[in-house]
Design a protein around this ligand. Structure first.
Ligand SMILES: Nc1ncnc2c1ncn2[C@@H]1O[C@H](COP(=O)(O)OP(=O)(O)OP(=O)(O)O)[C@@H](O)[C@H]1O
Length: 331
């Protein structure tokens, strides 16, 4: 049976989320694609392709077509997007309107490529919106009011800090420091301190389990497997949250500084609104333990993590369809 609906897509560096009006988030998969280099055939997309990262034979490449908040391989991004739209909507949704939220760094050409991929995948009309706007809507903020709202969206590749009022971005800053940078900082630290190389996924696991941006009340520790640089053999090491605090100091400071600089450039009326209401954090990176406390400490302004930080952008993207006229005006 066919039904009419609208579709919102968060095309992120780390993951793609698809939101269908009336159903919520129906798909959440890593933005990874596995391709056979010889035939250029798409072998796997999403979770299945992610499992292949770092484990592929010569003819197969597992790639992340979005990197550092930009589309680094746009042909593959188009194919991935088409695959996810078809997978999420099946053949059941009749020519949906599609809104895609793209990383803040994408160019006009890339935006057009995204729109084209969405219409090719069956969209009746396709739009793109800016990430901080989608994040704010998803966090339940009424962005149409003449009121200053500060959003700190920490994704995989980029952190976007923006002040929004009357449906538009007043001041913003985007830095290429986010969840992936935390992972890299952890790998670097472990390598330096223990002479052990750990994989991308192990670093992420450490970050999620014991990562810290602010001292924890109770220290946590965990074991991780890697390869010893001295012997070349696998090795298990025990790491604790205080070490993570040290490992993550540089990237978390960079985020706190970005917030500070946006506040400095915010018109006084809007700054007063933000100071009253506090700031809102979205994106998977906002779940790093203690990051909200650190920013709160540095700015003296209350920081709240949105209710569903990871799906916030997708939900906001989907909801933005309700105000499509406003969107069209701002495009
Ligand atoms: N519990 C957690 N603690 C710390 N980090 C987490 C947690 N859960 C997810 N993350 C991190 O969140 C990041 C992904 O966030 P998200 O899905 O919002 O990014 P994205 O929208 O794909 O990226 P971008 O906005 O840069 O395009 C990853 O780096 C992931 O490791």
């Amino acid at each position: 049976m066919f039904f009419k609906s609208d579709v919102g897509i968060d095309l992120g560096t780390a993951s793609v989320l698809v939101y269908i009006k009336g159903q919520g988030v129906v798909l959440q998969e890593p933005s990874v694609v596995a391709i056979d280099k010889n035939t250029n055939k798409l072998l796997a997309v999403g979770e299945e392709a992610r499992r292949m990262l770092g484990r592929t034979p010569g003819n197969i490449v597992a790639i992340r077509p979005l990197k550092d908040g930009v589309i680094s391989d746009y042909e593959v991004t188009q194919r991935m997007l088409k695959y996810f739209i078809e997978k999420a909507s099946g053949k059941s949704i009749l020519r949906p309107r599609i809104v895609v939220c793209v990383p803040s760094g994408v160019t006009e050409v890339e935006k057009r490529a995204v729109i084209q991929a969405s219409t090719q995948a069956g969209g009746r009309r396709a739009y793109v919106i800016e990430e901080p706007i989608a994040a704010a809507i998803g966090a339940g903020i009424d962005i149409t009011e003449p009121n200053g709202n500060m959003i700190i969206d920490i994704g995989g590749g980029t952190t976007d800090v923006a002040v929004i009022s009357l449906g538009g971005i007043v001041v913003s800053k985007s830095i290429k420091v986010a969840g992936d940078t935390f992972d890299e900082a952890i790998s670097k630290y472990i390598r330096k301190k223990y002479n052990v190389i750990i994989g991308e996924r192990s670093a992420e696991q450490l970050k999620i389990e014991i990562g810290s941006a602010y001292p924890r009340v109770k220290e946590q520790s965990t074991e991780i497997r890697g390869r010893c640089l001295m012997t070349g053999l696998p090795k298990v090491i025990k790491v604790n949250s205080t070490e993570m605090l040290e490992a993550l100091e540089e990237p978390v400071t960079a985020i706190a500084e970005a917030v500070h600089s946006v506040l400095e450039n915010t018109p006084p009326e809007l700054a007063a609104d933000i100071s009253d209401q506090g700031m809102v954090m979205t994106g998977g990176g906002s779940l790093l333990n203690g990051l909200n406390k650190l920013i709160q400490d540095r700015t003296g302004i209350n920081v709240r993590i949105a209710e569903e930080p990871i799906s916030c952008v997708a939900i906001g993207t989907g909801k933005s369809l309700e105000n499509i006229e406003v969107l069209e005006q701002n495009m």
